[in-house]
Ligand binder design. Structure first.
Ligand SMILES: Nc1nc2c(ncn2[C@@H]2O[C@H](COP(=O)(O)OP(=O)(O)O)[C@@H](O)[C@H]2O)c(=O)[nH]1
Ligand SMILES: [Mg+2]
Length: 301
């Protein structure tokens, strides 16, 4: 995984390491200019102002107290980022059926992530049912259908323009009756109708709990890493309405701004559970804070 995430984070790494690893002197004492550089890099990688300032304060304090080499600074950076990110949290489908609802703004990668997740569970030998809860556009259902075919899992669809909550309810009922292990529900993400969307999502979550006590077991919020700080505002909006249990950070293969994971975890306490590193079914990784930070700060070979 380290290799893959390091590759995916290449751009981030280039910016980060390039700057942190090769711009500051690793063996010599840091200067005020070096610390300014570190600050710039952290901010431009979307790590967030709070975390950046804490790190910079510590670096400044330590340099004025005595020797602090670039290597020491990198250790401090890694420790700080790890403190914020916390322990790794894997998704374990330990209920039957295990119900996952996937939410997020249009285009962030919800449907793609569902396809990838379905493949993962299928490969584990689990029986998977997708629920086409984005009933707003016919194309959205078709896209989910294509993924279901591609990875070889079943899909439950409602009538066109059906109530998304009823589609999810029926999917869970079907899963109970037919012995499915996992239900993964897609949802719409039209943010221009924010209020309606949030009401709709609340209803889906509520209704899932009626179909099966304890459901949903996961509500995953998908955030596109390339949107930078905007991802944080999206996370705030969704977290106000539904009980988000984890974050999926997508498109990490196309950005120099992977630090938004740190900002969201810090501000909202939502753990990052998965990362998307491409458009293919296998391009989904469990989030490992240690490897992520290593790739982000020190770079990977
Ligand atoms: N490069 C890259 N593209 C992704 C990733 N995840 C999703 N995409 C692409 O982002 C676009 C929108 O994804 P989609 O799943 O339709 O988003 P949705 O509107 O949230 O359902 C599609 O072209 C996907 O192929 C990722 O991790 N990396
Ligand atoms: Mg979609």
């Amino acid at each position: 995984m380290f290799k893959k995430i390091a590759q995916a984070l290449k751009k981030t790494t280039e910016k980060f390491t390039h700057a942190v690893g090769s711009v500051i002197p690793l063996k010599k004492k840091l200067t005020a200019e070096d610390i300014d550089l570190v600050e710039e890099i952290l901010i431009s990688a979307d790590v967030g102002v709070d975390t950046t300032m804490e790190i910079i304060d510590e670096l400044t304090e330590r340099t004025s107290a005595g020797e602090l080499s670039g290597e020491d600074a990198i250790k401090i950076l890694e420790r700080h980022l790890l403190d914020v990110l916390g322990e790794p949290q894997r998704i374990v489908a330990d209920k039957k059926p295990f119900v996952i609802i996937v939410v997020g703004v249009n285009g962030t990668g919800k449907t793609t992530t569902i396809g990838k997740l379905a493949k993962r569970f299928k490969d584990e030998g689990k029986k998977v049912l997708l629920a086409a809860g984005d009933t707003f556009r016919a194309a959205a259902q078709e896209q989910l259908e294509i993924w279901a075919e591609r990875v070889g899992v079943d899909i439950h669809k409602g009538a066109e323009k059906a109530d998304p909550a009823s589609v999810v309810f029926d999917a869970i009922e079907k899963a109970k009756a037919r012995g499915y292990d996992v239900v993964i529900a897609d949802t719409a993400g039209r943010l221009h109708t924010k209020k309606n969307l949030m009401e709709e999502l609340k209803k889906i979550v509520r209704v899932a709990g009626k179909a099966l006590e304890g459901a949903p077991h996961e509500v995953l919020l998908v955030i596109d890493a390339t949107t930078g700080q905007n991802g944080l505002s999206q996370a705030e909006v969704f977290a106000q309405s539904v009980p988000i249990t984890g974050l999926v950070l997508t498109k990490l293969d196309g950005t120099a701004r992977g630090g938004i994971a740190v900002a969201i975890r810090r501000k909202l306490g939502i753990p990052i559970k998965l990362v998307g590193v491409g458009e293919k079914a296998e391009d989904l990784l469990d989030f490992d804070p240690e490897e992520y930070v290593k790739a982000l700060v020190a770079g990977g070979e």
